[in-house]
Design a protein around this ligand. Structure first.
Ligand code: SAM
Ligand code: SF4
Length: 388
C-alpha cells in the first residue's frame, strides 16, 4: 500500500526580490521556506502616541452585554497587521499583504477607542497583532491603558524583540505576557516561523522569566507533521523553566487556507500524552477563560494549558471582542462581518453615538463559532489581521 505523503502547509514565496529563501534541509515536510531578514526594519507606522491620560476616566457608564446575557469585559486590540515572522499556520509567505499605513488606526484613535471601551466596562485588554512589538509607541500606549484603569493588561508576542523591550514594558505597566514558541528544535522553529530567530526568542523568554512577568505563558500551536512530536518536550520545558506551557489547537484562520482537521492536534491527545508521562491535576478556572489548566501531580513547577477552540469550544461563556488594526470591531474570531469603527472616528461621530453603535453590534454577538458545522466557511480575515 502506498504511504500517504506528508502534509503540505505554507506556500512558496511569490516575491523573490525581497526574500532570501531556500528549500528546507529536511524533506520530511514540504513547506515554502522563507527567511525574513529580521535585522531590516519592517515598514511601520511612524507616529508616536500623543498625550498621556488626557481622556482618562474610570467611570463605567453601563456594561456591555450581548443578547445571550454574556457580559463583554475583554478586548483584544491588534495594534498592527505587520509581523517580522511568517508562521505557516498564520501568515502567508507572500510578503506583500499589509494594509496601507493610513488604513491602520493611529495611536490617538486607538487611545480614543480604549477610553470609550473602558467606559463601558472593558477591564481586560490584550495587545496583539501581527507582532505588537514592531510598532513604535507601544509602551506609551500601554502607559495610557494603565492610566485608564485597565486591571488586566497583557500582550501576546512572538518574542523576537522582547529581550530588549521587556524592562520598558514592565515600567509602562504591562501586567502579563504570552510568548509564542512553536518548537524547541531550532531547525523546526525555522520551518514553522520562516525565520532564524530561535535564539532571540529564547532570550526573550529568559528575560521575561527573570522579571515579575514570571511565570510567563508560552503558546505553541501544534500542527501535525511539524511539531506534534514535541508535546512531551514542551511539558518538560514547562517543568524545567517553571512556566505555563499552553497548547493551542490549529484553527482555520491561516492565510494560505491549508487548515484541515488532519493537521490539527486535538487537546485531548495532548492531555493523554502528557498525563501518561507526568499525571496532571486540573486547576479550576473562570468560565470565560480559554484554557483548561493543569498542574503536575508530582508537585513539579510549571503548568499546562489546553486551548481547544475546535474540539471543545468555549463560546458559551465568551466575554471577548476584538478590534482589528484597521479599526474593525469583531464579536467573534470567526465572525463573517465586522463593524467599521474607524469610519465613525474619522467622520467625527461623538463618543456617545459610538457607544450606542457598540452596544447594538455587541448585542448581536454570535452564539458561537460554526467550525464543526457542515458548510462552515472560514472568515475572509485571517489571524494576522484579526489579532489572536
Ligand atoms: N505575533 C504575536 C504572536 O505570534 O504571539 C501575536 C499575534 S498572533 C496572531 C496571536 C496568537 O495567535 C499566537 O499565539 C499564535 O500562535 C496564534 N495563532 C495564529 N494563527 C493561528 C491559527 N491558525 N490557529 C491557532 N492559533 C493561531
Ligand atoms: Fe506573526 Fe504571530 Fe502570525 Fe507568527 S503567529 S506570523 S508571529 S502574527
Amino acid at each position: 500500500m502506498e504511504t500517504p505523503g506528508p502534509p503540505v502547509l505554507g506556500k512558496e514565496p511569490v516575491s523573490r526580490k525581497s526574500a532570501d529563501f531556500r528549500r528546507e534541509p529536511d524533506s520530511n515536510v514540504r513547506i515554502g521556506f522563507f527567511y525574513f531578514d529580521t535585522r531590516r526594519t519592517p515598514r511601520r507606522n511612524r507616529e508616536e502616541v500623543s498625550g498621556n491620560g488626557e481622556r482618562a476616566s474610570n467611570t463605567v457608564t453601563m456594561s456591555l452585554f450581548d443578547k445571550f446575557a454574556r457580559q463583554i469585559t475583554d478586548l483584544r486590540i491588534s495594534v498592527t497587521d505587520r509581523c517580522n515572522f511568517r508562521c505557516v499556520y498564520c501568515r502567508s509567505a507572500d510578503p506583500e499583504n499589509y494594509r496601507e499605513h493610513d488604513e491602520i488606526l493611529s495611536w490617538p484613535e486607538l487611545q480614543r477607542l480604549a477610553h470609550i471601551f473602558v467606559g463601558v466596562g472593558i477591564g481586560k485588554v490584550r495587545l496583539t497583532g501581527g507582532e505588537p512589538l514592531v510598532r513604535p509607541g507601544l509602551e506609551q500606549y500601554v502607559r495610557y491603558l494603565k492610566s485608564l484603569g485597565v486591571h488586566d493588561l497583557s500582550m501576546t508576542t512572538n518574542g523576537h524583540l522582547l529581550a530588549e523591550r521587556c524592562d520598558a514594558l514592565l515600567e509602562a505597566g504591562l501586567h502579563r505576557i504570552n510568548i509564542s514558541l512553536d518548537s524547541l528544535d531550532p531547525i523546526k522553529f525555522e520551518k514553522i516561523t520562516r525565520t532564524s530567530s530561535y535564539d532571540t526568542v529564547m532570550r526573550g523568554i529568559d528575560k521575561a522569566q527573570a522579571t515579575r512577568f514570571a511565570p510567563v505563558k508560552v503558546n505553541a500551536v501544534l500542527v501535525r507533521g511539524f511539531n506534534e512530536d514535541e508535546v512531551e518536550a514542551f511539558a518538560a520545558f514547562a517543568r524545567e523553566r517553571a512556566l505555563i506551557m499552553r497548547f493551542i489547537e490549529f484553527m482555520p484562520l491561516d492565510a494560505d487556507r491549508h487548515w484541515s482537521r488532519e493537521l490539527m492536534v486535538p487537546a485531548a491527545e495532548v492531555y493523554e500524552r502528557i498525563h501518561a508521562q507526568w499525571p496532571l491535576e486540573q486547576i479550576p478556572n473562570e468560565k470565560s477563560e480559554t484554557a483548561r489548566k493543569y498542574r503536575f501531580a508530582d508537585g513539579a513547577p510549571g503548568e499546562i494549558g489546553l486551548i481547544a477552540p475546535v474540539t471543545q469550544a468555549f463560546c458559551g461563556a465568551c466575554s471577548r471582542i476584538r478590534l482589528t488594526a484597521d479599526g474593525k470591531l469583531r464579536t467573534c474570531l470567526f465572525s463573517k462581518d465586522d463593524y467599521d469603527l474607524r469610519a465613525l472616528l474619522r467622520a467625527g461621530i461623538p463618543d456617545e453615538q459610538i457607544v450606542e453603535r457598540l452596544r447594538s453590534v455587541v448585542n448581536e454577538k454570535e452564539a458561537g463559532h460554526r467550525i464543526n458545522e457542515p458548510g462552515f466557511v472560514p472568515p475572509s480575515r485571517t489571524m494576522v489581521f484579526i489579532g489572536g
